[in-house]
Design a protein around this ligand. Structure first.
Ligand SMILES: C[S@@+](CC[C@H](N)C(=O)[O-])C[C@H]1O[C@@H](n2cnc3c(N)ncnc32)[C@H](O)[C@@H]1O
Length: 343
């Protein structure tokens, strides 16, 4: 093993973008400890991920979304080593504890996977046999009212995965102008009532700042009453989460950097949960796997200088009915895998 990774030394906490240590602000830590919530999250498409990434002794994997540690654990159980990352300190702490039996094969880093090249580079690792991101929030994050991810639980309107990041959802809804709120709801939530909801928020906040999940859910429910099965605030909360955590840009950055970190034959696996993310994954992988590109204005197709991958899953892999019955969250999960071409 010729890298500098601190295997067996537990979590190495780094700042976003690498370098230095970092503790979360006091409230985030004490709230979680005071409520003493058990951490749980059922990993989705676990058997499929293992079958497609083929973990084995001697192989090294990157798990950019450690969460509850379920996917990492499966890779470790097959004898592989794993460098894992999460921007949520609670998740890192929990998973590091859970994966203690594999300490000699496992290392957890704190940070946003969009910055993984800088963070991983500092450790001396230069290539992976497989890389996984299972994007979105964990069940634990959703169920923890203090994190503000769910309109089903009353709590501060926060929605940050990284509790050190500067801007909460409350900051956003209380300061952005109506046009920007409308754009966020429309672009990131594909919310048909984006305009009406943005207007209602701006009106409501002039009387009283919007600080809690229930406050916002009520404003949205009055502005755009329920139609169909979905709670009226579903898409607004999805949109705010994406905006607060800059999720789509993070995914773009990760996908742009990941192929260069795969060894020849190494595989990249991405699990996404809604069409905005899956579209980015699908289009990026298709581009990186296209030997030629053609444009109407060109006389003939040209060699694609970005072609470094081949697609392993031509169609997205989805959960079986059996998995969905056990874990309804798996219903919207979509897995795509591509493989690094030989250089
Ligand atoms: C769906 S859960 C992952 C679950 C995990 N695969 C498991 O088996 O338990 C997503 C996790 O990724 C983290 N996350 C989401 N986006 C991230 C990002 N851009 N950088 C780092 N962590 C991220 C969240 O904090 C959350 O803990």
């Amino acid at each position: 093993m010729d890298d500098l990774m601190p295997w067996g030394r537990g979590t190495l906490v780094t700042r976003q973008g690498g370098g230095g240590g970092g503790e979360p602000p006091e409230p985030a830590r004490s709230e979680a400890a005071a409520r003493n919530l058990p951490f749980y999250h059922a990993p989705v498409l676990l058997a499929e991920v293992v079958a497609l990434l083929e973990p084995a002794p001697g192989k090294l994997f990157f798990d950019g979304t450690l969460g509850g540690g379920g996917h990492s654990e499966a890779l470790l159980q097959h004898g592989a080593r794993v460098v894992a990352m999460d921007q949520d300190l609670n998740a890192l702490k929990h998973a590091t504890e859970r994966l203690k039996p594999y300490a000699a094969q496992f290392c957890a880093l704190r940070g946003n996977f969009r910055n993984f090249p800088q963070i991983v580079d500092e450790t001396g690792v230069s290539g992976f046999d497989g890389m996984l991101v299972d994007i979105g929030v964990s069940s634990h994050q959703l169920d923890d009212a203090a994190r503000g991810f769910s309109f089903m639980r009353d709590g501060p309107l926060d929605l940050r995965m990284d509790t050190e990041s500067p801007r909460t959802a409350a900051d956003l809804v209380n300061t952005e102008d109506e046009a920007e709120l409308m754009r966020i709801f429309f672009e990131y939530g594909e919310e048909p009532n984006a305009r009406r909801i943005a207007r209602a928020i701006v009106k409501a906040r002039t009387a009283k700042a919007i600080r809690t999940t229930f406050q916002l859910a009520e404003i949205v429910s009055i502005a755009a009453p329920k139609r169909g099965k979905r709670h009226p605030a579903t898409l607004v909360f999805q949109a705010l989460r994406i905006a607060v955590n800059d999720e789509l840009a993070a995914l773009h950055d990760f996908l742009a950097a990941a192929p260069r970190w795969l060894k020849p034959g190494g595989r990249l696996a991405v699990i996404s949960f809604h069409s905005l993310e899956d579209r980015i994954v699908k289009q990026t992988l298709q581009h990186l796997a296209a030997p030629f590109i053609d444009r109407p204005e060109w006389p003939e197709a040209r060699k694609n200088p970005d072609c470094v991958l081949k697609l392993i899953t031509r169609k997205p892999v989805q959960a079986t009915a059996q998995e969905i019955e056990l874990n309804p969250r798996a219903r919207s999960a979509v897995l795509r895998v591509a493989e690094r071409l030989p250089t």
